[in-house]
Design a protein around this ligand. Structure first.
Ligand code: NAD
Length: 352
C-alpha cells in the first residue's frame, strides 16, 4: 500500500501558473483593489500584529530577506531576494514565495509563489498610500524605473487613485517602451520620456522604482515642485536609495514600520530622530495625511511583512473559491502521530 496523507496534512500550493490564472479569473484591477482592501484592514488593526524588521542577509550582489509577522491567529512569512544585477543574466531582480500557517496548530495552510504577488502587493500598497496622501484630483504620474514592478504600479494607481496619464523614464529606453506597450489599451495616455526631468514635469505623483545597489539620485531637489506626492519604492536596503537628501528635508514623510525604514528607506540619509508619520496612523485617522496644497508628501516605501501577510490572507480566502491550486504532500502524517520512525521504515516497501 502507498503512503496516503490525510487532508489535514495536505497544504494548498499556488504555483506561478495558477497565480496567473487566479489574477485573470478575478481581473487585475479588481484583484489590486481587493488586495488593497486587505492591506487597509490589516493596517487598521496594526497594533495587534507581532512586528519585527525583516531579517536581511546582505552580499556584494544583493540581499535575501525573511519577513515574518502574526496577528495571533495566523502566522505568515515571505522569502524574498533583491539582486539588481540579475536581469543581465536573464534572472529577475526580485523573486519571492510565502507561507501562511495557523498559530493554533503551527500547520501551514498555504504556500504560494510571491514574485507576482509581491509586485501586486507593492503596487496595491503604494496606491493605497497615495489615496491618503496624493493631491486631490491627481490624474498624472511619472514612473522612473520601468522594470518588473512598473506596470503593476501603473495599473494599481489607475484602479485606486484614478491616474490616467503616465510619463515613463528609464535609463534603458527599451524598458520604457516595453512598459508602454504592456499598458496599451488600459486607458492611459502614455509618454516615453528622454530624461527624468521631462518625466516629472507637471506630474501630480512621481513613482521611483529603480534598482541599483547604491546611493542613487534618481530625483534631485530642483525636480520636485510643491504639492506633489512621491512614491519612493525602489530604495529598500541599507546603501540603496533614490532621492537626494534635500528632497527629504522639504517633505512630509510617511513610512510603514519606522524600525525597518530607518535602516532601509530613504530616511537612512537623515538623523535617527527625524520626524516621520506611520501610515497606519493616517489610515486610522490618528494622524493627518496631506495637510495642504503645497505640501510635498513622500511615501518612503520599503515593503513590510504585514503587507505580505495581507496578500497571503487574500490568497488563502481566494483559493477557497477557485480550483487554481494544488495540494502538496508537505507535512509528514503518520497514522500514529508519534510513530514517525515507523512510518519511515514501512516506506521501505513502497514501490521505487
Ligand atoms: P527591475 O530590475 O526589473 O527594474 C528596475 C529598472 O530600473 C530597470 O529597468 C533599470 O534600467 C531601471 N533603472 C536603474 N537605474 C536607473 C536610473 N538611475 N534611472 C532610471 N531608471 C533606472 O527591478 P524591479 O523588480 O522593477 O524592482 C525595482 C525596485 O523596486 C528594486 O530596487 C526592488 O528592490 C524594489 N522593490 C521594492 C518593493 C517595496 O515594497 N518597496 C517591492 C518590490 C521591489
Amino acid at each position: 500500500m502507498g503512503y496516503a496523507p490525510s487532508a489535514l496534512a495536505l497544504v494548498p500550493f499556488v504555483s506561478v501558473e495558477n497565480m496567473m490564472r487566479i489574477v485573470h479569473a478575478v481581473g487585475i484591477e479588481r484583484f489590486l483593489a481587493a488586495l488593497a482592501g486587505y492591506i487597509e484592514e490589516d493596517f487598521r488593526r496594526w497594533e495587534l500584529f507581532d512586528k519585527t524588521p525583516r531579517v536581511a542577509t546582505h552580499s556584494r550582489e544583493g540581499v535575501i530577506e525573511l519577513m515574518p509577522t502574526s496577528d495571533g491567529e495566523s502566522y505568515g512569512f515571505k522569502y524574498v531576494n533583491g539582486h539588481p544585477k540579475n536581469t543581465k543574466e536573464g534572472r529577475q531582480t526580485v523573486t519571492a514565495f510565502g507561507v501562511m500557517a495557523e498559530v493554533d496548530t503551527g500547520y501551514p495552510v498555504l504556500i504560494t509563489e510571491m514574485t507576482i504577488l509581491t509586485a501586486l502587493r507593492t503596487a496595491a500598497m503604494s496606491a493605497l498610500a497615495a489615496k491618503f496622501l496624493a493631491p486631490e484630483g491627481a490624474r498624472s504620474m511619472a514612473i522612473i524605473g520601468n522594470g518588473a514592478q512598473s506596470e503593476f504600479q501603473a495599473v494599481a494607481f489607475r484602479s485606486l487613485v484614478g491616474i490616467d496619464r503616465l510619463s515613463l523614464y528609464d535609463i534603458d529606453r527599451t524598458a520604457s517602451e516595453r512598459c508602454a506597450k504592456n499598458l496599451a489599451g488600459r486607458g492611459f495616455d502614455i509618454a516615453v520620456c528622454a530624461s527624468p526631468e521631462a518625466a516629472v514635469e507637471g506630474a501630480d505623483i512621481v513613482t521611483t522604482v529603480t534598482a541599483d545597489k547604491q546611493y542613487a539620485t534618481i530625483l534631485t531637489d530642483n525636480m520636485v515642485g510643491p504639492g506633489i506626492h512621491i512614491n519612493a519604492a525602489g530604495g529598500d536596503c541599507p546603501g540603496k536609495t533614490e532621492l537626494h537628501r534635500d528632497i527629504l528635508l522639504r517633505s512630509s514623510i510617511f513610512v510603514e514600520y519606522p524600525p525597518q525604514t530607518r535602516v532601509e528607506g530613504e530616511i537612512q540619509q537623515l538623523e535617527k530622530d527625524h520626524e516621520v508619520t506611520e501610515l497606519w496612523q493616517v489610515i486610522t485617522g490618528k494622524a493627518a495625511g496631506r495637510a495642504g496644497r503645497d505640501q510635498i508628501t513622500l511615501f518612503d516605501s520599503v515593503g513590510f511583512a504585514v503587507e505580505d501577510f495581507s496578500a497571503l490572507r487574500y490568497m488563502r480566502d481566494l483559493i477557497r473559491t477557485t480550483p487554481y491550486f494544488d495540494e502538496l504532500d508537505l507535512l509528514a502524517d503518520p497514522d500514529d502521530p508519534r510513530d514517525l520512525f515507523g512510518m519511515l521504515m514501512r516506506a521501505a516497501a513502497l514501490p521505487a
